[in-house]
Design a protein around this ligand. Structure first.
Ligand SMILES: [Zn+2]
Length: 599
């Protein structure tokens, strides 16, 4: 995906009218200066979705979604920021900038590979429903996959033949077989070309735009390997794709969580029992790309799996990646010898729903798993379990969360919470000591202004009375974390934050650069400065909360100022904007209150 500089983004933004674009999706009626309609993001009968032509913004009083035209496209069509810019540019006919001949060539090739995948999907689909597909159809019946399900997931069959697909492609396209090799459909051997997938039930894998990018094939009967995926190609990288997401994205948005499983059949069986917000990893641990893909749709993940699944360590690393990317991860595990596929097939929809409901936060799951390794009824087992749990908790950044779970662990082991806290204190004490030795000299120039910890930030401002020092410190923490983890940008944009949310001009500039995936001297200087400070001690979501609160506080301040200047002729638009901000402010305050009241 191409990246765009801010100039191009502005050019596209100013070339369209938000009222026209949104007006194509929903019916808008003019009311005063604004346009109103039924919100596309929540169910409603009376219109609370406002679009302002003057400000080129939209806002829904019902569900609080709002932003500019790019936010709208990202939400309505599940696009990333660059995709939203590109889509809009193409719609209004603005040529995309800076496309090198090589990029153009790659784009053309990607289209050809897509065409070949589309034809292959068609071939497999037809073959399953032909005479050749009888054995495969029987297999699907055994797996409780009826024709309705098979159609929904576009399931097909690759017959036990060396050139079935090859002949179909030759009859239906001019594209050379060499390209089918690049698409991973055909293999070139010593004696010529042959089909990669033979005697396999075929599960097509699509991108979010419903284009076929690869396949997973399950052998019929015995044979190896049992599962065979399309190899890595220009279109298909398993670290960047999730099976089923194209079919489940709307349900994921609607339910505001995703159920992640490990296999196609898990995904399909859960779908059959009404869990339609499901997607599967393709035999790989979760990656940062997966996290970004998911965070476009929701922040909430339930990972459903069998506890004795192979490679649990790798899975746990993958889950940590999702957690680090700011997603709320819960785990719904199953007793040994059960997998989600079998469980879903042999239980009622209600039982399946109850199982998903029973998911526990990832940290709680880790603590439970640690405790289960030992006999916690014996003193020795208790000590060992406590040590293990302390090592898990010492990695948790938020003091609030640490306190909550040390309480949980103490109950689990039936010991005093003080014991865990003391162990934690010792563990973190020794960690800090190690850190000090390493970083003391390097960071001796740190200004006191940048030394705010989360605790300072909470206590030094009372009730939103942010001083400029606090603003600077919060922005520095947020920017510092964004530099080392640009994946957080999408998350910020999704909740309506952008470069303009920063009061510091250097950070605004740097944020724009990072968002456009660009780089220059000025940005580098700002980044260097920030990176020379120690890593902020709090966790991302806490900083993000404070940052949001700070942004709204400043906005409201400036609007209050505006309002006081025109006391006698308050324009409805300004009032509307003020109400919007006030409402969002109240929401953020409520969230923060919830976080604080937990401690
Ligand atoms: Zn709404």
């Amino acid at each position: 995906m191409a990246q765009f500089d801010q100039g191009f983004v502005e050019k596209v933004r100013s070339a369209v009218d938000i009222v026209d674009i949104i007006g194509r999706d929903i019916k808008l009626t003019q009311r005063g200066k604004n346009f109103v309609g039924l919100c596309p993001f929540h169910d409603e009968k009376t219109a609370s979705f406002n679009v302002s032509r003057e400000n080129q913004l939209y806002y829904c009083f019902g569900c609080g979604s709002g932003g500019n035209i790019f936010n709208y496209l990202m939400n309505a069509r599940h696009l990333s920021f660059p995709e939203a810019v590109q889509t809009l540019a193409e719609e209004v006919g603005i040529p995309l900038p800076n496309i090198s001949p090589r990029q153009r060539e790659q784009a053309a090739k990607a289209q050809q590979l897509q065409e070949l995948n589309r034809l292959a999907a068609q071939y497999y689909y037809r073959t399953l429903r032909s005479n050749l597909g009888e054995q495969a159809r029987n297999y699907l019946v055994q797996r409780a996959i009826d024709e309705r399900l098979a159609r929904h997931f576009y399931i097909g069959f690759a017959p036990d033949s060396w050139d079935g697909l090859i002949r179909f492609l030759q009859e239906n396209t001019e594209l050379p077989l060499e390209l089918a090799v690049e698409a991973g459909l055909v293999i070139k051997g010593k004696n010529g070309y042959y089909d990669r997938f033979r005697n396999r039930v075929m599960f097509p894998i699509c991108d979010l735009n419903q284009r076929f990018i690869g396949f997973g094939g399950r052998i019929i009967g015995s044979g190896n390997p049992k599962y065979l995926n399309t190899p890595e190609t220009l279109l298909f990288q398993k670290g960047k794709s999730l099976y089923g997401l194209n079919w489940s994205k709307d349900s994921i948005k609607h339910n505001d969580y995703i159920v992640l499983v490990e296999g196609y059949t898990d995904c399909i069986s859960l779908y059959a029992k009404g869990v339609t917000n499901t997607a599967a990893s393709l035999g790989t641990a979760f990656t940062e790309h997966h996290a970004r893909l998911i965070s476009r749709l929701t922040e909430n993940v339930v990972f459903a799996f069998d506890s004795d699944s192979a490679g649990m360590k790798a899975t746990e690393r993958g889950l940590s990646i999702l957690v680090d990317a700011g997603l709320n991860v819960k785990v719904a595990s199953l007793p040994e010898n059960q997998d989600p596929d079998t469980f879903a097939r042999t239980n009622s929809a209600r039982e399946v729903a109850a199982w998903i409901e029973s998911a526990v936060p990832y940290l709680e799951y880790q603590i439970n798993t640690a405790a289960a390794q030992f006999d916690i009824n014996s003193l020795e087992g208790k000590i060992k379990a406590a040590k293990e749990i302390v090592s898990i908790l010492s990695k948790v950044e938020s003091a609030i969360v640490r306190a909550e779970y040390s309480n949980y662990a103490a109950n689990l082991l039936s010991i005093e919470q003080d014991v865990i806290i003391e162990e934690l204190r010792q563990a973190s004490g020794s960690l800090e000591a190690e850190e000090k030795v390493g970083t003391q000299s390097r960071n001796s120039h740190i200004t006191s202004q940048n030394r705010y910890t989360i605790k300072d930030l909470h206590t030094k401002h009372h009730d939103s009375d942010f001083g400029s020092d606090q603003t600077e410190a919060i922005e520095a923490c947020v920017m510092r974390l964004v530099i080392t983890n640009p994946g957080l940008i999408d998350q910020m944009v999704r909740i309506g934050l952008d470069a303009d949310s920063f009061s510091n001009a250097d950070y605004r500039y740097l944020f724009n650069l990072l968002q456009a995936d660009a780089w220059d001297k000025q940005g580098e200087a700002t980044a260097d400065q920030l990176l020379s400070e120690p890593e902020p001690p709090g966790n991302w979501s806490e900083y993000l909360q404070l940052f949001r609160e700070n942004v709204w506080f400043r906005s409201i301040n400036s609007i209050e100022e505006k309002l006081s200047l025109m006391e006698n002729h308050r324009e409805p638009d300004v009032l509307l904007q003020f109400c919007q901000l006030l409402k969002r402010y109240a929401e953020v305050r409520r969230e923060i209150f919830l976080v604080k009241s937990k401690s």
